[in-house]
Design a protein around this ligand. Sequence first.
Ligand code: FAD
Length: 503
Amino acid sequence: MNDRPRTSPTPEELAARVEGRASLNNKQRGQLPKVFWKEQSPAERVRNTGEVPFAYTAVEARAEAVRCLSCKNEPCVSGCPVAVDVPGFLKLVAEGDFRAAIRLIKETNLLPAICGRVCPQESQCQENCMVAKVHKDLGFAVSVGKIEAFLADWERENGVELPAVGATSGSRVAIIGAGPSGLTCAGDLRRFGHEAVVFEAFHKAGGVLVYGIPEFRLPKDIVQAEVDNLEKMGVQFEFDTVVGQTLSVDDLFDEGFHAVYVATGAGLPYFVNVPGEDLNGVYSANEYLTRANLMGAYRFPEEDTPVLRRDNVAVLGGGNVAMDAARTALRLGAKNVYLVYRRSRDEMPARLEEVHHAEEEGVQFRMLSAPVEILGTGDGWVRALRIQKCELGEPDEKGRRRPVPIEGAYEELPVAIVIEAIGNGPNPLIPKTTAGLTTTRHGTLVVDEATMMTTRKGVFAGGDIVAGASTVILAMGHGRKAAAAIDAYLRDESRVSAAPGPA
Ligand code: FAD
């Protein structure tokens, strides 16, 4: 992992770079040293829930933006799922015009404070950054995400410009789920002048942004600020409402809604299915993180919801969810946290920055290890995890090399908590309780990709319920696409038709 804090230019050098930027040619720009951000030290941050990286200062953001080469073919833009004009906003940042820069980002990305912090930039906008190629080192790409987060924070401190709300259309849209997909769709629908009412099962808006991703990666006041802005735009929220139980999609149409957007995410945890999973001390990462993040288990007993705290914890998986669970366990006081992953480090799907932070904080990686049994104390509690060493075999259908267990190579990890973070599937409640929807064999909803309309007329869907467990930016992109299609549908129903399938 190369995208880590290293020696940065001095403040004088940064100021001189910003001052002299106009005289630099592309070769000189490409060779400018990267501006690394500062971070809380690992020893300090495992004792608090504060954000790990410190934001760029204005001069740091400007000096880093000067490194952009404004490539004609814009590989960074094609790497972004919502095609943010990266060179455009970096140029404005370098010039110090932060207001214009944030306006430009928000033309395509309504949640920059969030995306700047959690997007996997190293496999999106920063992956093909030509500056990184000059340095032959991925870590030296222009820090697009950190600059984006700086801009969004700057805007919050200096006055947020809310998008204009369109003239009232008289049409009403119900949005199910207040995650990034539902929130984005709701905001855009207000821009088109439609009434937007979000129905959310939890007592708070944000979806995974509040119940899954921990405070130390994404402060919750940032998510709440975005929700407050939507409320100012007229988006309405109905909390503690489980659609499919409290009321159905048909009830929503009966209540006078003209269209529905389903954005219920992929919150159904998968389990590895090994003996011992019913023991006390086994959690799905979803439950563990929801208790810790959304329900405030850190502050138990001041808050109602407890979570087990033990010295030795094993986390199964190698994605963002596993990293979040492992790092949360450390912050809840665990002394040894083992991350058990069947493949090698190269195959781990987590963001590089999270892997790097987890390692720095002392998470112990047990690569090429498969869980085979959770062992109990005799009175129903976890006492150990039995793992089997693996080696990498032939690639699977996705091109990732398969883990092959090595016969007889077992080890026992003495742990009292096992957290399973091996993936999530789509929540089946809406598909099961709504006539006319079609699902794939993975349980995701079938949509027309151009409009996000499901196989039922007037019902649209997007985010993880369509893509499977995916990314914030993709969920958001679906929300935008669906809002535009819903607008077209409401204004002229004949232009948008349902995906092929049941009526
Ligand atoms: P969600 O965010 O899941 O929101 C769905 C909402 O719908 C929830 O609030 C839920 O309560 C509500 N809901 C569900 N069913 C109903 C119902 N029947 N009635 C009413 N409401 C309902 N992505 C990244 O890009 N970067 C990361 O670093 C990253 N880290 C992650 C860490 C964790 C722990 C997890 C779990 C995921 C992470 N992801 C990350 C993935 C990303 O968060 C998701 O892809 C994204 O949140 C999907 O957005 P969504 O709006 O489709 O669904």
